[in-house]
Ligand binder design. Structure first.
Ligand code: FES
Length: 111
């Protein structure tokens, strides 16, 4: 099943394949944003999940996302896999950048 991922503040929507992480879906769709290790070790890729559900298919180190952050919807996007349509907000000082304009237009045309 494909889920729909909406990224704020740009309000860009990208498809998420079964088992795909938020980070992988955004990069596959031709965009990038601030991230680091891509494997749950640095916490640079934090996003806030505003709507919908995500799951961690691998455990994450509890020290990377505090209990308070977790309660506020903060997740590691390199590990969080949407299990429904999801709306996320990037960190306030971060933004989407188009890496591949052709791919990003193609991905969005399937929405
Ligand atoms: S990129 Fe390092 S924890 Fe996600």
């Amino acid at each position: 099943m494909i889920h729909r991922l909406t990224i704020l503040p740009e309000e860009i929507c990208v498809p998420v394949r079964e088992g795909e992480t938020i980070l992988s879906a955004i990069c596959r769709a031709g965009f990038t944003y601030r991230f680091g290790c891509r494997r749950g070790g640095c916490a640079v890729c934090k996003v806030r999940v505003l709507a919908g559900d995500v799951a961690y298919e691998r455990p994450i180190d509890a020290s990377l996302v505090s209990e308070q952050e977790g309660a506020g919807g903060i997740r590691l996007s390199c590990r969080a896999v949407p299990t429904s349509d999801v709306v996320i907000a990037l960190q306030s000082d971060d933004h989407l950048t188009i890496v591949n304009p052709w791919v990003s237009k193609l991905e969005q045309s399937f929405q």
